[in-house]
Design a protein around this ligand. Structure first.
Ligand SMILES: C[S@@+](CC[C@H](N)C(=O)[O-])C[C@H]1O[C@@H](n2cnc3c(N)ncnc32)[C@H](O)[C@@H]1O
Length: 273
């Protein structure tokens, strides 16, 4: 039986909540990239869609230094609870939190200077309708910026551990996950243009994440993304699996430090009238 998107994310939210970093993200790079690309300024009213545990909403609010409004929206309350805790820890009084489906936003027309969405638009069925809905709630002159994952094979954080876990358990790696469904060049551009946004641009975002504590990195990764595979494991079996996954990351060591390549694509469009 298929479950609803809300139930799916509510279930995933348990692992996300358990592994979420409090305060600013340990790796804030994509958040800073979307802030810069969307040209977010203090004093603006920003809506962050599919914010999950608060990315990039928390970083946006932090960058505004108390001047502005940041509405953090997600399908599930559980994810938002963690986002709220992060905001409280950083005393980000300009943040508010709303459960909202990005396909049917509970806001009146023309409210926001900018809308951001990091790794969310791949999931709703009708992406053009979602972008049209974002355009509806933008002020004239406002802009929307979406980040989606680039190709699976160019994103080691998704395939290195997955392959290693499958190999260790003797299972199949499985199909390319849906999170990469908008990774082909031009796909985001077409969605935004079809939704009636203007001055649309699409570009690559790449960087390497320096990981100083590979043990902690792999532990978090296994606890967040391999809940089913690990939930009935003994501690001893978990340690062995972790060792196998750590070994799979060794080719990404540069001068003795793990450097993890990340690749996303950014689409940005304007409501000019
Ligand atoms: C991969 S997570 C990304 C979370 C966060 N933006 C980040 O980058 O860490 C995807 C998020 O999209 C949310 N989501 C999925 N479908 C949604 C929809 N139709 N409307 C709003 N949020 C949705 C999920 O609840 C989940 O928190």
């Amino acid at each position: 039986m298929s479950i609803s998107a809300k139930d799916h994310w509510q279930e995933r939210g348990k692992a996300w909540t358990a592994t979420a970093v409090q305060g600013i993200s340990a790796d804030d790079t994509f958040n800073q990239m979307i802030i810069a690309e969307a040209g977010i300024q203090a004093g603006e009213k920003i809506l962050d869609l599919a914010s999950g545990t608060g990315n990039p909403a928390v970083s946006i609010a932090h960058s505004m230094k108390g001047d502005g409004d940041v509405i953090c929206a997600d399908l599930t309350q559980l994810m938002l609870k963690t986002a709220r805790q992060r905001a409280e820890k950083l005393s980000l009084g300009i943040m508010s939190f709303t459960a909202a489906d990005m396909a049917a936003l509970p806001f009146e027309d023309g409210q926001f200077d900018a809308i951001t969405c990091r790794f969310g638009i791949m999931f709703p069925e009708d992406k053009v309708a979602v972008a049209r809905e974002a355009k509806r709630v933008l002020k004239p002159g406002g802009r929307v910026a979406y980040i989606v994952w680039g190709a699976y094979k160019e994103n080691p954080p998704f395939h290195v551990s997955r392959r290693a876990v499958a190999k260790y358990l003797g299972t199949d790696e499985g199909p390319i996950p849906g999170r990469h469904s908008l990774s082909a060049s031009g796909t985001l551009r077409e969605i935004l243009q079809e939704a009636g946004l203007e001055n649309v641009e699409e570009r690559e975002l790449r960087y390497k994440n320096r990981v100083d504590d590979i043990d902690d990195y792999v532990t978090r990764n296994l606890n967040r993304s391999f809940v089913e595979e690990t939930k009935d494991m003994t501690d001893a079996a978990f340690v062995l699996l972790k060792a196998a996954v750590i070994e799979a990351w060794l080719p990404f060591n540069e001068d003795g430090v793990l450097q993890v390549p990340n690749y996303a694509r950014l689409g940005i469009g304007w409501k000019t009238y």
